[in-house]
Design a protein around this ligand. Structure first.
Ligand SMILES: NC(=O)c1ccc[n+]([C@@H]2O[C@H](COP(=O)([O-])OP(=O)(O)OC[C@H]3O[C@@H](n4cnc5c(N)ncnc54)[C@H](OP(=O)(O)O)[C@@H]3O)[C@@H](O)[C@H]2O)c1
Length: 168
């Protein structure tokens, strides 16, 4: 099972045009919008290299102890934590998804790639009540039209809506 879990604006951006994330609600030690429970259930995380570079800038590696794969076409990057670098292989991800709970972290380019290959089973979106007007989209341009069935929708603190969808 592959789940794309992301926080997005009301107009479906993952980040502002220059990668701004300052509109995301800050964890205050209380409400985490179900994130920790979701995270603990996942065996493996995958992210695009641009998201990885953003995560590196956070200082402490946020995913210590979680097996993490970074998708890149580059070779020769050296892991700093517990991450591995891989080229994208749809068949390998299909095989993994049969036995493994996979957290697709994003960003939009990686999400498009997985969707193009029918590899996203589930979407968990934390929709933040802000419109950004422009930015880096939840799915990069050219992602295929895909129908989703809403499983649950929950209003959380600060006007945030947590929506869970399964691919039809
Ligand atoms: N709000 C949220 O919850 C959230 C979550 C995740 C990310 N984000 C934000 O999203 C932004 C990044 O998203 P993005 O869409 O620009 O980039 P991305 O999906 O994170 O990364 C794109 C990179 O993935 C690699 N890639 C793409 N297709 C590939 C393929 N077929 N084979 C191998 N590697 C491939 C390439 O790396 P190389 O160039 O190295 O080849 C490409 O440059 C950041 O600003 C981040 O902060 C926000």
């Amino acid at each position: 099972m592959i789940t794309y879990y992301a926080a997005c604006s009301l107009d479906n951006y993952l980040a502002g045009p220059n990668g701004e994330l300052d509109w995301l609600p800050q964890p205050d030690g209380g409400e985490d919008f179900g994130y920790k429970a979701f995270y603990d259930r996942q065996d493996l995380m995958v992210m695009g290299r641009k998201t990885y570079d953003i995560c590196l800038g956070f200082g402490d590696w946020p995913y210590a102890g979680k097996e993490t794969i970074v998708l890149t076409r580059q070779s020769g990057r050296t892991p700093k934590f517990n991450e591995r670098f891989e080229a994208f292989d749809a068949a390998l991800w299909r095989e993994r998804s049969k036995t493994t709970q996979i957290y697709l972290n994003g960003g939009g380019e990686a999400a498009k790639l997985f969707l193009q290959h029918g590899l996203i089973d589930r979407l968990e979106l934390a929709i933040v009540p802000v419109t950004l007007g422009a930015g880096l989209p939840l799915f990069a341009a050219g992602a295929p039209k895909t129908a989703w069935k809403l499983e649950s929708s929950q209003a959380a603190a600060m006007g945030l809506i947590q929506n869970v969808y399964n691919r039809v």
